[in-house]
Ligand binder design. Structure first.
Ligand SMILES: *[C@@H]1O[C@H](CO)[C@@H](O)[C@H](O)[C@H]1NC(C)=O
Ligand SMILES: *[C@@H]1O[C@H](CO)[C@@H](O)[C@H](O)[C@H]1NC(C)=O
Ligand SMILES: *[C@@H]1O[C@H](CO)[C@@H](O)[C@H](O)[C@H]1NC(C)=O
Ligand SMILES: *[C@@H]1O[C@H](CO)[C@@H](O)[C@H](O)[C@H]1NC(C)=O
Ligand SMILES: *[C@@H]1O[C@H](CO)[C@@H](O)[C@H](O)[C@H]1NC(C)=O
Ligand SMILES: *[C@@H]1O[C@H](CO)[C@@H](O)[C@H](O)[C@H]1NC(C)=O
Ligand SMILES: *[C@@H]1O[C@H](CO)[C@@H](O)[C@H](O)[C@H]1NC(C)=O
Ligand SMILES: CC(=O)N[C@H]1CO[C@H](CO)[C@@H](O)[C@@H]1O
Length: 791
């Protein structure tokens, strides 16, 4: 690959096949050799100018403008001013992109000089190959390339052309210390490192680690080991010290024993040893004075101690004293011995005594003994039983002198206010402890008729007051009286309203009469003498209603008594005669006379002509209730009411009736005859008589005279006037009367019957004639019996 020019170990190469851009040239060099050439000195340039063949486009070298600075691309170092080798007028950077450098080789001018060119131009690549091996100089130095060779610049500690030798230091031989060395390049050679250590209880003097330097010297002097020192111990107070030192004074291995003088006790360890840590075993030993039990001051006393070697210890002395009011028994002072005991016994302070006290009569004694019965500062309080008050000092105290303060006190009953008897009462007191004093009891009583209001007895209490309130004597009360109805009350009260001694008089209003006592008196028993009186209304005689009348009474105070009023009234048809009402007076009599009820009268009635009157009178002649019946004589008929009654109005019912003569059918004269009538009461009426007569040549057939009877009938049928050619019939008619006439009638021509029937039908009597039950029916020609028999 390529053409090469060998110069020892360093060789130059260039591409002989083709031309490349700068980038392609560098890639070519790095692929097949080391890199584009880096010109280092004049000799190199001269050598290249001389060795390489001429090429018209010349050769690329390893310089390029990077970020505006010309740089050796192999080392990335900037081109220095001294190393510049530009041709004259270069770099001219004719165009802005002339960033790569070529070298003129074998040019007739400026040969070996540099020129800046565009990197895209194609030129020959000028490469070099380094001479140093991959691991040169025994790896103990830097390989420096030279033209055709290299040289080694050795690291410190190494020497020789290829740095194959190492520097040696003196072999170490420590005394008393342990050594641990590492020899990277040979025993005790350059960079050999030795560490030093000491046994337990010893410590090193000097540097712990030594290194063999390039100067063939160790980095420091060899260290030594010495025993660890403990603090120097001092002799305890009141004691001694006995030490044995193995490796040095108060150093590792030293042992010290302690002891104390008489009266003192060793506190702490008996001996201590210096450890490998430089500390002593155990705590500091002390000699302490032997202690006696702590003394305390006696009760009510004091202690004054002086301590020579310690509180309550060997050599301490305590003096005793007592407070005021107390006396010392026992030693005045004690001393602590070397045995830890006190000389003598414990002293005591005893209270000074006073005489024994006793309680007052009806009183009590309450003593508080601070130090003993009735001794100094004992206090006795005096008190009295309930209801008693203390006179004198309330409490006494025992002084330091053995005497009591104050005098003996006394108990006296508490007094209450003096009581007096109530009005109309008495007082009876019993005094237990003194007049009207605690324990006194007073009972109260009242005179007859009076009642004790309040407590029956009162007692004087321990408070100096009386129980209950003051009682009073009050008159015994009777029930309150009230005046009787319609009456009055007039009371005189002696001791109180309606109470014992009160007298009440009763009276009644006008018209009333007192029933019962006139006055009553309230007794000592609280009751009234006698019964309650009443006022009763004065009575009048009982009234009764008048005949046909009524009574309506209003009784104010009692039946038919004073104030009663009775009103009278009459039944319908009657009239009150007398006062309408009567009143019962205070005298017990009725005002006015008794009234009566009289029937109302009607006008007197008289009988009608041809008639009669028949009256029945219930309440009086022609008065209310009277009834009058009317009737007529035979042959007369009544027109108007059959009877009339007298009403409550004093009038008669109906109109005045009349009797009229009964009429018979009007008779006509027969054909071929004459009629002559006489009327007594009216034409063709009762008692009228008619006489028939026939003309010449005619014979009368039938009765000559007919009379109107009371029945309204003619006594006979009216006759007919016939020719004188029926002698038989004449004979029959002459012969017969009564029933024969009837037969004859039938046998007569129908014309005659029809005539008769017509006459009858025109009259009202036709009915009566045909009715056989009629009153007016009298024997006639057409009676039933006759009629039937003839048929
Ligand atoms: C020396 O040091 C090495 C590494 O620290 C250790 O492995 C070895 O045990 C040591 N030897 C002695 C004798 O202390
Ligand atoms: C020598 O030892 C020093 C310190 O340990 C270290 O920095 C240095 O690299 C070593 N030299 C060689 C060549 O091992
Ligand atoms: C100190 O102790 C040693 C050994 O126990 C003993 O022989 C020596 O008498 C002691 N010295 C004193 C002064 O007690
Ligand atoms: C205790 O006794 C000492 C010596 O006798 C004396 O000086 C001191 O006043 C006393 N202290 C008391 C409190 O009595
Ligand atoms: C005596 O007095 C003490 C103190 O005042 C009191 O507590 C106690 O109840 C009293 N005793 C009597 C019996 O009064
Ligand atoms: C007073 O009371 C006492 C005891 O109840 C009794 O004996 C005495 O008679 C009474 N005196 C009068 C004056 O009532
Ligand atoms: C009550 O009676 C007294 C004494 O009898 C008399 O003086 C007084 O007038 C009477 N009073 C009446 C209101 O009757
Ligand atoms: C600087 C230098 O050595 N230049 C030389 C390059 O080579 C030509 C021809 O071979 C010489 O003429 C130069 O003097």
């Amino acid at each position: 690959v390529g053409t090469w020019v060998e110069v020892g170990a360093w060789t130059y190469h260039y591409s002989d096949r083709g031309d490349y851009t700068w980038e392609q040239a560098r890639n070519y060099c790095q692929t097949f050799f080391t890199d584009l050439v880096a010109i280092q000195n004049k000799w190199e340039i001269e050598y290249l100018n001389k060795s390489l063949p001429f090429h018209g486009r010349y050769y690329w070298i390893g310089i390029r403008k990077l970020s505006g600075t010309w740089t050796w691309v192999g080392t990335r170092k900037a081109l220095t001013k001294e190393a510049e080798n530009w041709a004259a007028g270069e770099p001219n950077n004719r165009r802005s992109n002339q960033d790569c450098v070529e070298i003129y080789i074998q040019r007739h001018q400026e040969s070996g000089k540099w020129n800046d060119e565009p990197c895209s131009r194609k030129k020959k690549a000028l490469c070099y190959q380094a001479s140093c091996q991959p691991f040169p100089c025994s790896q103990h130095g830097e390989c420096v390339e030279t033209i055709g060779s290299y040289r080694c610049e050795c690291h410190p500690g190494f020497y020789g052309p290829e740095c194959e030798n190492v520097v040696q230091c003196a072999e170490l031989e420590p005394k008393g210390a342990r050594m641990n060395c590492s020899h990277p390049y040979g025993d005790f050679s350059y960079n050999s490192t030795c560490m030093f250590g000491c046994q337990e209880g010893f410590e090193r003097r000097g540097v712990g680690t030594l290194r063999c330097l390039a100067s063939q010297q160790w980095s420091a002097d060899t260290p030594t080991c010495t025993a660890v020192a403990c603090p120097v111990l001092s002799v305890p107070d009141q004691g001694e010290l006995n030490c044995s030192h193995l490796h040095g004074d108060f150093a590792f291995g030293s042992i010290c024993a302690f002891s104390c003088q008489t009266g003192f006790m060793l506190m702490g360890p008996e001996s201590r040893e210096c450890t490998a840590m430089g500390t002593w075993t155990g705590d500091t030993a002390r000699c302490e004075a032997i202690t006696c039990p702590v003394l305390s001051a006696p009760d009510q006393g004091e202690l004054n101690c002086s301590h020579l070697h310690g509180d309550f210890a060997f050599g301490s002395t305590c003096a005793f004293s007592c407070q005021t009011g107390f006396a010392l028994t026992g030693p005045e002072s004690r001393e602590c011995t070397a045995m830890g005991t006190w000389t003598g016994d414990s002293p005591r302070c005893e209270a000074i005594t006073c005489p024994v006290l006793s309680a007052p009569v009806r009183g009590q004694l309450n003593c508080s003994h601070l130090h003993g019965d009735f001794t100094f500062s004992s206090t006795c309080a005096f008190s009295c039983q309930t209801g008693f008050a203390l006179t004198g000092t309330e409490s006494r105290e025992c002084t330091a002198m053995g005497t009591w303060t104050g005098d003996s006190p006394q108990c006296k009953a508490i007094a209450c206010p003096v009581l007096s008897a109530p009005d109309r009462g008495e007082l009876n007191c019993s005094h237990l402890h003194g007049d009207f004093a605690f324990g006194s009891t007073c009972t109260f009583s009242c005179q007859t008729g009076f009642e004790l209001m309040g407590p029956e007895s009162r007692e004087c209490t321990a408070m100096g007051t009386w129980t209950g309130d003051a009682p009073r004597c009050e008159a015994i009360t009777c029930p309150v009286l009230s005046p009787p109805d319609q009456g009055e009350l007039n009371c005189s009260h002696l001791h109180g309203d309606f109470a014992f001694g009160s007298t009440c008089a009763f009276s009644c209003q006008t018209g009333f009469m007192l029933m019962g006592p006139e006055s009553r008196k309230c007794t000592a028993m609280g009751t009234w003498m006698g019964d309650s009186p009443r006022c009763e209304a004065i009575t009048c005689p009982v009234l009764s209603p008048p005949d046909q009348g009524e009574l309506n009474c209003s009784h104010l105070h009692g039946d038919f008594a004073f104030g009663s009023t009775c009103a009278f009234s009459c039944q319908t048809g009657f009239m009150l005669m007398g006062p309408e009402s009567r009143k019962c007076t205070a005298m017990g009599t009725w005002m006015g006379d008794s009234p009566r009820c009289e029937a109302i009268t009607c006008p007197v009635l008289s009988a009608p002509d041809w008639g009669e009157l028949n009256c029945s009178h219930l309440h009086g002649d022609f008065a209310f209730g009277s009834t009058c019946a009317f009737s007529c004589q035979t042959g007369f008929a009544l027109t108007g009411p059959e009877s009339r009654e007298c009403t409550a109005m004093g009038t008669w019912t109906g109109d005045i009736p009349q009797c009229e003569a009964i009429s018979c059918p009007v008779l006509d004269p027969p054909s071929r005859g004459q009629l002559s009538c006489s009327h007594m009461h009216g034409n063709f009426t009762y008692n009228s008589t008619c006489t028939f007569s026939c003309e010449e040549g005619f014979v009368r057939m039938g009765a000559e005279v007919l009379q109107c009877v009371a029945t309204g009938n003619w006594t006979r049928l009216p006759p007919v006037c016939a020719e004188d050619s029926a002698p038989f019939l004449k004979q029959v008619l002459a012969y017969s009367s009564g029933t024969a006439l009837a037969v004859a009638g039938i046998m007569l021509s129908g014309m005659l019957i029809a005539l008769l029937a017509k006459r009858l039908s025109n009259r009202e009597e036709k009915k009566k004639l045909l009715n056989p039950t009629s009153d007016l029916g009298s024997p006639g020609i057409f009676t039933n019996a006759a009629y039937d028999a003839n048929l």
